[in-house]
Design a binder for this molecule. Structure first.
Ligand code: ADP
Length: 488
């Protein structure tokens, strides 16, 4: 059995440029490994600058034909692609677990979520209305039409290796923009599986291109994607450091830029919260995907009067989580993506303890070894601990006490990030006050789950620019053209 068969790929383990499955020019490859076992799943091409330029040229060549299709024709192709994702959900979910590590039910949910973006934007493409403007000059008629921005470059991370792709590809393609995708080096196989289904769906050659490569190839690929004039838009999800580098690189050619970057989500439990609701939300918001999401609760801020009860319940639920291979039934928390992730949470725990925090449960690498780590709760974390200031991206809950609403909001906003915030209260006036005071793009009130293709997802401050999903999502892939008709 060849390596790709073992991994359960739906197509070749090759890049995809201009409708052809392609190796690297120099034939080089790199291994993709299963984070749970260390097993090599497949060898994937190490593509670089030259292959990227060809992918950009292919996208550019496909652009006139793609934008000339009606929104219905594009929408039909996207719906077919979505249906293929659902038809192949089991195989895709298993591949996702092998490559990324999350538990199988979460992987299956991700596939459904990924398909939902294709469905949603297939419809939104039909509603990309322009305006007829009451004329502001004599003898004229004024209209504004919305046009595709042009060729797009999409760079995606490993934590949602299927959904992050369709969340970008769906609005781009619905708007009439061909794209070149560079998936994360940890998870190219999921991207290639999604790509194989795009081909089966009949997406025309050149409209969806995938350039794969190892970590060392990313800067060269990224440089072409951000500096070539044919590329009119960059859509990136990943770290703030890389996002700001790419934004700088994109500046010379004045590209449109959408960035989904790091977060540092506060999770505030007020004294009047329903603690059962808060605990079940906390478990989802902290431990989904082993805490490796940009909207994972990063800082638990808990009112003094409910602090002990909340902490005890959080610790009890956390200690009961089953850690294991994502393919094993009953696994709640899979492995972390790599050793660097383990080193980061170990550093965060050591720093917090050094500053006076207490380990209530967990705190150590898991006996399974590798990149498995015990789900952890830290009590009494000082707000200046590293874990409260940086995104921890792991299964570690840092809990801090507060005395009043002002203090909670002040702590919550004391970060350069502003992606998501969660808070729990039964007071409707407080819901409005705190929602308005939080400096984030997303506020979750009395819930730990909010992601949906119908809602705008994105951050403020150093968490990013632009919105994915919702009505806004397709707007980020369109330009407004004002047409003034004179002599009337
Ligand atoms: P993470 O910490 O989640 O791995 P990164 O920002 O490092 O976040 O990676 C997100 C994506 O950005 C990945 O696809 C990665 O390969 C890519 N990437 C990293 N560095 C660069 C770069 N210099 N140019 C282009 N892409 C890059």
């Amino acid at each position: 059995m060849s390596a790709p068969d073992r991994a359960g790929l739906l197509g070749p383990a090759l890049g995809y440029v201009g409708g052809r499955w392609t190796a690297a020019d120099d034939g080089r490859t790199f291994p993709v490994t299963d984070p749970a076992t260390g097993q090599i799943l497949a060898e994937v091409p190490r593509m670089g600058a030259r292959e990227t330029v060809r992918a950009i040229q292919a996208a550019n060549a496909a652009a006139p034909g793609w934008r000339a299709l009606s929104s219905d024709e594009r929408g039909q192709l996207l719906r077919t692609w979505a249906a293929l994702l659902i038809d192949n959900r089991d195989q895709l979910a298993r591949l996702l677990v092998r490559e990324q590590g999350k538990p199988l039910p979460e992987a299956a949910q991700e596939v459904t979520y990924a398909a939902s973006f294709l469905d949603w934007f297939a419809e939104e493409g039909r509603r990309a209305y322009g305006d007829v403007i009451p004329a502001g000059l004599p003898g004229t008629r004024m209209t504004a039409v919305r046009e595709p921005v042009g060729v797009g470059a999409c760079i995606t991370p490993w934590n949602f290796p299927i959904a992050m792709i369709t969340r970008k590809a769906a609005p781009a393609l619905a708007a009439g923009c061909p794209i070149v995708l560079k998936p994360a080096e940890q998870t190219p196989l999921c991207a290639l599986a999604v790509c194989a289904l795009s081909e089966r769906a009949g997406i025309p050659a050149g409209v969806f291109n995938v350039v794969v490569g190892d970590a060392e190839d990313a800067p060269a690929v990224g440089l072409e994607l951000t500096t070539r004039p044919e590329v009119r838009k960059l859509s990136f999800t990943g770290s703030t450091t890389v996002g700001s580098l790419l934004m700088r690189q994109a500046a010379d050619t004045i590209k449109s830029v959408s960035l989904e970057l790091g977060g540092n989500a506060p999770f505030i439990v007020f004294d009047d919260a329903d603690l059962d609701v808060a605990i079940s939300a906390a478990m989802a918001a902290k431990f989904r995907n082993a805490g490796q999401t940009c909207v994972s609760a990063n800082r638990f801020l808990v009112a003094d009067s409910v602090y002990d009860d909340f902490l005890a319940a959080l610790a009890e639920h956390t200690a009961a989580l089953a850690v294991g291979n994502g393919l094993d039934p009953g696994t709640d928390v899979g492995p972390l993506i790599d050793q660097a992730a383990i080193r980061k949470i170990e550093r965060h725990i050591a720093d917090a303890v050094h500053r006076g925090a207490k380990v209530v449960t967990g705190g150590e690498p898991h006996r399974l070894g590798g990149t498995f780590f015990q789900p952890t709760v830290l009590a009494d974390c000082p707000p200046n601990a590293e874990i409260c200031c940086e995104e921890t991206f792991g299964p570690v809950a840092a809990v801090t006490r507060f005395n009043d609403e002002d203090e909670a909001v002040r702590h919550a906003n004391k970060t350069p990030y502003g992606l998501a915030a969660y808070f729990f209260t039964r007071d409707t006036r407080r819901v409005w006050r705190v929602s308005e005071a939080l400096e984030t793009g997303i506020v979750a009130v009395n819930t730990g789950a909010f992601s949906s293709p119908v809602a705008p997802f994105g951050g403020v401050k150093q968490s990013g620019l632009g919105r994915e999903g919702g009505r806004e999502g397709i707007g980020d892939w369109m330009e407004t053209k004002y047409v003034c008709h004179g002599g009337i």
